[in-house]
Design a protein around this ligand. Structure first.
Ligand SMILES: Nc1ncnc2c1ncn2[C@@H]1O[C@H](COP(=O)(O)OP(=O)(O)OP(=O)(O)O)[C@@H](O)[C@H]1O
Ligand SMILES: O=P(O)(O)OC[C@H]1O[C@H](OP(=O)(O)OP(=O)(O)O)[C@H](O)[C@@H]1O
Ligand SMILES: O=C(O)c1cccnc1
Length: 484
């Protein structure tokens, strides 16, 4: 089965709600939803937004074709044929704003805003969250790994352990955005233009009578990219000495071995000893690649132990975000049309962090004119102008009011950019290399205290006084209404 129409890549309850709106005659009512997450993953101080390319692609190709219509008909007898007829002509006609991929983002600020007919805006929730949550999670994990090895080559090796094919390729892309240098996945390489890299597996060595013969045959076949896996039998007793012999043999033919790969054992000890052996053999140019269930913590520790590793192959831990395998991004209705105008809506919860923030919002990054560094993000109601005028602001985290600061002399950068207007794509997707460079620039806007991997400083995401007051008013209205 090869069916790639993603229109039904949604939860049934979205179609049920579309149906009920249509039945009630409210399907064309305008609504505004915002996507955000409430908690940063991995205890990190920031996240790296990704997923927009796939979202744009998805929105552009939304279409209930005959096969999907037939399926809906068979699935749900209650769906009126006239509803299915309406779906035939469906397309997304609303507005979408989003932060560009590679942007550093934080909890509780809108990352995607969807405005349009409730019928359309409801359908897209599931897919938008699916793409944003996964890709942002992997980009953030990759960013943590890049942080501990700023100068080294990082290769994404995760496909065999990824949660299926889509996760492998979009995860590879997310990792590249956040600073990885290459992927082993050739399809990701082909589709996105990510550099592809690869060594060889144990099978290559096992399929020869001797390790030395295996190394020689490999070097003869691909003399310009020889990275030999040296741990099939015994790294220091056989693997490294055999690799040294083959490197000398290559030199006689005017070639240079690129590297060896260590894939088991004590990577610190083995890399230091192997480095000495290569150096003493007059082969200082042969680099050392390591793999084996690596993540940012192991890499950090290996470096602390003085490991002599130049390049890291990272698979499982990255592509599955093993220490936190999902990002809890949500998509919340913030305003709906009533009597021809938008009214803010709220979701009340016993958990204060889950009370939604009503109203259509904008998010700004306040960049100090003096230092060029980000001081805080400010979430306002749309149309508020104080932030844009550069007025002195007292910002504080409303859930934790002891976190506050004053900012002035700043530039306010609007985080959400228009992506679709009246259903038409108005945003030109940057090239992947530009996204990667943009992400690198983004990192320079933050003090290192916010970026550090362990116990980072909390970056302030403030809610404007007006947005806060509106939230309080609605909480009051709803909770007192309930008591009556
Ligand atoms: N010096 C080190 N300090 C901390 N962690 C290390 C060090 N060397 C290796 N590791 C990590 O320890 C873990 C070792 O796992 P494991 O015991 O499965 O590997 P192994 O002994 O190399 O055997 P296998 O052949 O099964 O891969 C891996 O995640 C590896 O990256
Ligand atoms: O460890 P990861 O970060 O996921 O990196 C990818 C791993 O995949 C390969 O081996 P594979 O796991 O297939 O076999 P092995 O465990 O026997 O080495 C490779 O040798 C790495 O060890
Ligand atoms: O090229 C490699 O060495 C590689 C690729 C994928 C998984 N493990 C290793």
């Amino acid at each position: 089965m090869s069916y790639d129409n993603l229109t039904l890549h949604t939860d049934k309850y979205q179609i049920n709600m579309m149906y009920a709106h249509w039945k009630n005659g409210t399907d064309s009512h305008q609504a505004v939803f915002e996507a955000f997450f409430r908690k940063l993953p991995f205890g990190n101080g920031y996240a790296v937004f990704a997923g927009l390319e796939r979202i744009i692609n998805y929105i552009n190709h939304l279409q209930f074709d005959e096969e999907t219509i037939r399926y809906l008909q068979e699935q749900e007898e209650e769906y009126d044929p006239a509803f299915l007829e309406k779906l035939r002509g469906f397309r997304f006609t609303g507005n979408i704003s989003a932060v560009p991929e590679g942007t550093i983002v934080f909890a509780n600020e809108p990352l995607i805003r969807v405005e349009g007919k409730i019928f359309e805006a409801q359908l897209v929730e599931t897919a938008l969250l699916n793409f944003m949550n996964f890709q942002t999670l992997i980009a953030t994990k990759a960013s943590r790994i890049r942080q501990v090895a700023p100068e080294d080559t990082l290769m994404e090796f995760g496909t065999r352990r990824a949660q299926e094919a889509d996760a492998a390729i979009w995860g590879a892309r997310a990792a590249y955005i956040a600073g990885f240098d290459a992927t082993s996945n050739m399809r990701a390489g082909m589709l996105f233009g990510i550099p592809s890299k690869g060594t060889h597996a144990h099978a290559w060595v096992q399929d020869h009578d001797t390790e030395e013969e295996a190394f020689r045959h490999y070097a003869a076949a691909l003399p310009n990219q020889v990275t030999l896996l040296v741990d099939t039998y015994d790294t220091l007793r056989y693997g490294v000495p055999n690799a040294i012999k083959v490197a000398k043999w290559m030199e006689q033919q005017g070639k240079r071995m690129s590297a060896i790969r260590l894939d088991s054992g004590d990577l610190a000890y083995l890399s230091k000893t192997a480095r000495t052996m290569f150096d003493e053999a007059g082969l200082p140019y042969v680099k050392i690649v390591a793999s084996n269930d690596l993540d940012e913590n192991i890499i950090f520790n290996l470096k602390a132990q003085g490991a002599r590793i130049d390049s890291w192959g990272v698979g499982t831990q990255l592509i599955t975000a093993a220490d936190q395998p999902s990002l809890g991004g949500v998509y919340k209705l913030v305003a709906r049309e009533k009597a021809g105008a938008f009214v803010p809506v709220i979701k009340i919860s016993g958990n204060p962090e889950k009370v939604s923030t009503p109203g259509i919002k904008e998010a700004y990054r306040l960049i100090s004119k003096q230092t060029g560094k980000a001081e805080a993000d400010c979430v306002t109601l749309i149309g508020e102008t104080e932030v844009l005028q550069g007025k002195r602001l007292k910002l504080y985290d409303k859930l934790h009011p002891y976190l506050f600061k004053y900012v002035d002399n700043y530039d306010a950068v609007q985080l959400l950019k228009p992506i679709f207007q009246a259903g038409k794509q108005v945003y030109e997707l940057p090239e992947l290399e530009q996204i990667r460079e943009y992400h690198r620039q983004q990192l320079t806007q933050f003090w290192p205290e916010y970026l550090r991997k362990l116990n980072p400083e909390v970056y302030l995401v403030d809610l404007s006084a007006k947005a806060w007051q509106q939230k309080m008013d609605l909480i009051h209205d709803y909770t007192s209404a309930k008591l009556e």
